[in-house]
Design a protein around this ligand. Structure first.
Ligand SMILES: Cc1cc2nc3c(=O)[nH]c(=O)nc-3n(C[C@H](O)[C@H](O)[C@H](O)COP(=O)(O)O)c2cc1C
Length: 399
């Protein structure tokens, strides 16, 4: 959402990683951004401008003196830009930017921009570690520009070390973070997500259909808004959101121990995980064999700790506790009862069972119920968008 109606200047310099900028451009466009590409003369030796013009649907700016009669192109672009990303950034261009040199379309435009700028250095490891390059990056950072550290690995020059341009999805993610308001700065957010898994024997288990998508969307949104986020997660098939500390657990007991150990430091606790209410009393150490003639197998279960209740009992007045209630019936009645019983500040209640809401879906529809009895209906929307609305609501209630 953040990229909608935003204009981004994608500045490309003459490094071997220039080919990755094609994918970065594609991702930014797909996310809804308008993009203008600026290339140095050296950059054009690595990737041709046609690809960038077609994908960006805009002319590439490379020659400062082209078409000057119609407008002062670089100043127009600088004024219109909501964000600038220099990817890849060569040692040469980094040095020019740090010194304030304006000798081509890219460096001249960057002297005129007032929006946030991200520089993504990419070069051979010895070049990257060179004192002059480091000094120039320090200058840019102290001036308020964002420097994205390069990845480590095998480089095009066959050496191994720091200097590789991060993957395009990662750069796009960090541009999104750069553009997001930091209204959770200084706050610690503790989130649980995904299912728990309780062993029956070494090969079988009791679990549920939670995909973890809602909890991960909240973790991702909170990190982008400046929070320090800890995500206690059951087994899911999702990437850890960038910048989030993820703690993997399997059982309810493990989740309870981890949540309680992080509780004191947290300002906001959001329990999205679908925790098994019961676990097998006596998980077998060997595989349970099928016995001839046995048509039934009785599994004795025992109650798991109620993590939300334990947190509710320990939480201080300054902490804000949110629970999720997935119900198949009597949604509001059950949610209101849960708020009282577990000392919650807010509950996000949703009906599971429909395809576009609840477990596994990318969208969700919830009713937010507060401890004073008031409520707010949130219509069906993407879980990522809902995550931001939840955070807005929590911040408003905390104020
Ligand atoms: C094959 C090749 C690969 C290069 N790769 C890089 C690179 O990854 N990073 C870098 O800083 N310079 C690299 N250079 C050097 C730059 O192209 C050179 O410093 C150039 O002047 C940069 O110009 P620009 O900053 O205006 O784009 C490479 C040069 C060649 C010939």
């Amino acid at each position: 959402m953040i990229f909608q109606n935003k204009h981004i200047l994608l500045c490309i310099t003459g490094g071997i990683a220039a080919y990755k900028s094609v994918e970065l451009l594609r991702l930014l466009k797909k996310a809804g951004a308008g993009v203008t590409v600026i290339m140095t003369e050296s950059a054009k030796k690595f990737v041709g401008i046609t690809t960038f013009e077609v994908l960006s649907e805009n002319p590439v700016l490379s020659d400062l003196y082209f078409d000057t009669e119609a407008s002062v192109k670089h100043i127009d672009l600088a004024k219109r830009a909501d964000a600038v990303v220099v990817a890849p950034a060569t040692a040469n261009t980094i040095a020019k930017l740090a010194a304030g040199i304006a000798d081509n379309a890219l460096t001249t435009t960057l002297l005129a921009v007032t929006c946030p700028v991200m520089v993504c250095p990419s070069m051979n490891t010895d070049m990257y570690q060179n004192l002059r390059v480091q000094r120039n990056l320090d200058i840019l950072e102290k001036d308020g520009w964002h420097i994205l550290d390069p990845d480590s690995g095998v480089l095009a020059c066959k050496t191994t070390g720091a200097g590789r341009l991060p993957e395009p999805w990662f750069i796009a993610d960090r541009i999104e973070a750069m553009l997001t308001r930091k209204d959770l700065k200084g706050k610690r957010v503790l989130i649980s997500a995904g299912p728990t898994v309780e062993a029956i024997d070494p090969v079988r288990y009791v679990s549920n259909h939670s995909s973890g998508k809602m909890g991960y969307a909240i973790a991702k949104a909170a990190e982008k808004r400046g929070a320090e986020v800890t995500l206690v997660s059951g087994p899911v098939h999702l990437e850890t959101p960038v910048g989030v500390e993820r703690i993997n657990i399997e059982t309810c007991d493990e989740m309870a121990a981890r949540m309680l150990s992080y509780l004191n430091d947290a300002d906001i606790i959001i329990k999205v995980a679908a925790v098994a209410d019961y676990k097998p009393v006596d998980p077998k150490s060997g595989k349970i064999k099928k016995k001839a003639g046995n048509t039934e197998l009785i599994l004795n279960m025992v109650e798991n700790p109620d993590i939300l209740k334990l947190i509710g009992e320990r939480k201080t007045k300054k902490q804000f506790l949110v629970g999720f209630a997935a119900e198949t019936e009597d949604l509001e009645k059950n949610a209101a009862l849960k708020i009282k019983k577990k000392n919650l500040d807010m509950i996000a209640a949703n009906l599971v069972g429909s395809k576009d809401s609840g477990f596994k879906a990318d969208t969700n529809k919830v009713k937010l119920i507060f401890k004073d009895g008031s409520s707010l209906d949130i219509p069906l929307m993407e879980k990522e968008e809902l995550a931001n609305i939840l955070i807005d609501t929590i911040l408003e209630k905390m104020r």
